[in-house]
Ligand binder design. Sequence first.
Ligand SMILES: *Cc1c(COP(=O)(O)O)cnc(C)c1O
Length: 356
Amino acid sequence: MIHNFNAGPSILPKEVFQQASEAILNFNNSGLSILEIGHRTPLFEDVMHEARSLVKELMQLDDDHEVLFLHGGATTQFMQVPMNLLNENEVAAYTETGTWANKAIKEAKLFGHVEVVGSSKDNNYTSMPADMVVPPTAAYLHITSNETIAGTQWHQLPYDCGVPLVADMSSDILSRVLDFNKFDLIYAGAQKNMGAAGVNLVVINNNILGKIERTIPTILDYRNHIKEASMLNTPPVFAVYVAMLTLRWLKAQGGVAAIEQINNAKADLLYSTLEKIPFINLPVAVNSRSKMNVVFTMQHEEQEKAFIQLCKDNGMYGVKGHRSVGGFRISLYNALQMESVEAMVSLLNDFAKKQG
Ligand SMILES: *Cc1c(COP(=O)(O)O)cnc(C)c1O
């Protein structure tokens, strides 16, 4: 049996792989592949419509919030957000919590001023910042809800920061119940927790748009995508279809609240196992631990090498930490089954016993 702990692109439900592959050969009994139909046919329009509706339903969004599926990866949102929300003479507040937040900050500086209102750089990004002061004149506050590489996650969200709240949720989207209507803009690359690479989910509160003086290129202006129901140009049809299937699967599991309980149980089991092993180091502060990406190191390099080999021998994929931090990273996205975590836990326990 294979266990896939990849950080992204990552595991998806088996049913989704099955249904997606059927659609490549014969989409909805049309005799055509989903890859060869027009995006402006009812066949595909239904897919886009269902995907957007499922997001609204699963996130319990109000009517001010629009759902878009856009190209370009979360990385495009690093620039598209400030291009649409930040005037040149204005300040945007950003939290500096790791690799991904820093990339977002770098792009925002191309469009206006950035004030870092909370940083965990001094502790090597092992916790989320506390005690932030956000200037009331800031155009928005940007957070990275889960830092995929550092293995940190916001537990208490800064809902009442007094300015529009923007979040990069690429690696924990739809993994836990949040008050999604309190966010004015949420974006997420699909390939970590809700689909295949090639599409972004963007959720926007309509009321924050239209306050920018610069001319925005047509394809980068959120308002154009809203007007065209996320079909301004050819959408990444297959990636949208895979996202739609994953959203259907999530709904069938009981939705976000139900998956959150399973995610909590998976993370609790893994963290509590790791805590009991004396030669394992968990660098992240307990109140900032990610339930999606569990990061740890071992005391000796030989131990790490031996455990990586053991994982390989046991069909466990994607356990190595990001090249910038080393050690291990075990990703526990929605589609990862509890039995995979149990298999990892028993491997860890056996390994610990042998180490004496
Ligand atoms: C993976 C990731 C990104 C980058 O996503 P792309 O789709 O590769 O552009 C951005 N932010 C976070 C938090 C991520 O985990």
